[in-house]
Structure formats: C-alpha cells, structure tokens
Design a protein around this ligand. Structure first.
Ligand code: NAD
Length: 262
C-alpha cells in the first residue's frame, strides 16, 4: 500500500546518498510521495539534483538556512510551484568542527550563535514559512536530534546544547501548530556514518560503544531511520506530536551496562 500516494513532501538536508535525509526521502518516495529536495549550496547541488531525480523528483531548490531570508525565499518558490505541502523533513545541523573536540567550556560566541541558528532556529523559521502551505489540510514536520541533547556524549559540545534547544522547540511548535492539525516531532537517531557524524571528534568510539551497549546490539541503519521518517510523514502517526522518538536500538535506556557486555 502506497501510504503517501498523492502527498507532497519537502526534504531538507540531503548532502549525499549517506545522508539521513536521503534515507527518509527514499522511504517516502517508495510510499508514493512527490518530493522536493533542497541543497545548501552549488557544490552540493551537483550531488543532490541527480539523487532527487533518482527519487522521481524534478523539484530541487537552493536553501542556505544560515543566510538571511534563505528559508523565506525557498518557501516562496515552493508556494508558487506547489501551493500546498503535506510534510516536511528538517535534517540540518552545523557547528564548527574545531569545537566538536575538547571542552565545551571553550565554545566561542560566534560558533555558539551559528550552531544555534543553523541547527535549531532554522526549524522554527521553517515552520513559520511553511505554515501557509500546510494550514489548510494539516500535515507533519519532522526534525533530527541526538541523545547528546540530554546526556553527555564525548565532544558533542555545542551541538548537544543546540539539540536540547531544538527538542524544546519541537514541543513549543507542536502547540503552536497543533490547532492547524500540523504535527511536529523529532527522531533521535543513534550514530549513523554520515558527513555530519564524522565531524565529531572520536565518532568511531561513540559508534562502537553504542553498538556494543544497545539492547539490539547494533546502531540503526539508514533504512530504519528512514522508516521512522515515513511513520512521522504519514497518517500512521496521526495522533502523535511534540514527541522525541528514539531510533537507537534502545541505547538511551541503558544506565549501567551488564557485566558481560563490558
Ligand atoms: P549530513 O552531513 O548528511 O547532513 C547534514 C546536512 O545539513 C547536509 O545536507 C548539509 O548541507 C546541511 N546543512 C548544514 N548547514 C546548512 C545550512 N547552513 N543550510 C542548509 N543546509 C545545511 O549528516 P546527517 O548525519 O545525515 O545529518 C542530518 C541530521 O541528522 C542532523 O541534524 C544531525 O545532527 C542529525 N543526526 C545525525 C546522527 C548521525 O549519527 N549521523 C545522529 C542523530 C542525529
């Protein structure tokens, strides 16, 4: 059954075919959705346009969420082209790599502001820009977060602070948009090997540790995160909003690992 047949979705955050956004886009396309993809800059356009085409999408739009007016401009073009949108996936984050190592204490003012702007505020700005395209029929917005929002994970630093603010934004936006029947949720994915993931110092240690300690004894793959994205994009999750949904093999439940897994 094509549960997204006749639905239109905006996917933001594809950099390559390892991106979590691409995994979600694949599942949504397989479920019958018509997709529009954004790309951050011209360099990424060369990769994103063919990937969009492989998903049957002929609509790709530039959008640097850090640029003043970037989201509004993209949304204006989408509104002219489509008019109405059913779901949005926001899979965007950035912090200066040089501060995804060492103590959080050393976070600079510029990097703090930029990480918050791109990784957190962009979701709020996007929600506001998309509202005119979603308020009539309702819909769904999904963002991506990580356990480092609530627990300390090595070198995640300012990104953990930005993800904590993003998760709080999800709850506030769920209230603001709930009256329009627009649901807002976050997927908290376990470690996935992507460009953004590799920017965090010691990513390999975190990957291996989560893999060995998770109840399922593995990290999630792209397909699994993709299917969670499909659940949130579709009516399968029609009663769910303001949620942070873990797709991490159950890792976040563990307090003290059992002796035999040490
Ligand atoms: P990725 O590098 O494939 O995707 C990150 C995306 O952010 C890229 O497409 C990049 O172009 C985009 N981006 C960065 N700055 C931008 C800007 N100014 N304007 C527009 N786009 C911008 O990596 P990913 O791991 O797929 O990351 C997607 C999301 O998933 C991020 O929010 C990330 O924090 C989150 N996440 C990743 C993991 C993981 O282990 N990889 C785990 C949990 C959550």
């Amino acid at each position: 059954m094509k549960i997204l047949a006749g639905k239109r979705g905006l996917i933001m955050g594809v950099a390559n075919d390892h991106s979590i956004a691409y995994g979600i886009a694949q599942k949504c396309a397989e479920a019958g959705a018509t997709l529009a993809l954004t790309y951050q800059n011209d360099m990424l356009a060369k990769r994103v346009i063919p990937l969009a085409e492989s998903l049957g999408s002929d609509l790709t739009l530039p959008c640097d969420v850090g640029a003043e007016g970037g989201i509004e401009e993209m949304a204006a073009t989408l509104q002219k082209t489509w008019g109405q949108v059913d779901f949005v996936v926001h899979a965007i984050a950035f912090a200066d790599k040089s501060e995804l190592r060492g103590p959080y204490l050393n976070t600079s003012r510029d990097n703090f502001n930029n990480a918050m702007l791109i990784s957190c505020y962009s979701m709020t700005e996007l929600a506001r820009a998309m509202l005119p395209m979603m308020e009539e029929k309702g819909g769904s917005m999904t963002t991506l977060t990580y356990l480092g929002a609530n627990r300390i994970t090595p070198n995640y630093n300012v990104m953990g602070v930005a993800k904590a603010a993003l998760e709080a934004s999800v709850r506030y936006l769920a209230v603001d948009l709930g009256k329009h029947n627009i649901r807002v949720n976050a997927i908290s994915a376990g470690p996935v090997k992507t460009l953004a993931g590799a920017a965090i110092s010691g990513a390999r240690h975190v990957f291996r540790h989560s893999e060995s300690q998770a109840p399922l004894k593995r990290n999630p793959d792209m397909d699994e995160v993709g299917r969670a994205g499909l659940y949130f994009a579709s009516d399968l999750s029609s009663g769910v909003t303001g949620e942070v949904h873990y797709v991490d093999g159950g890792y976040h439940h563990i307090g003290v690992p059992t002796a035999e897994t040490e």
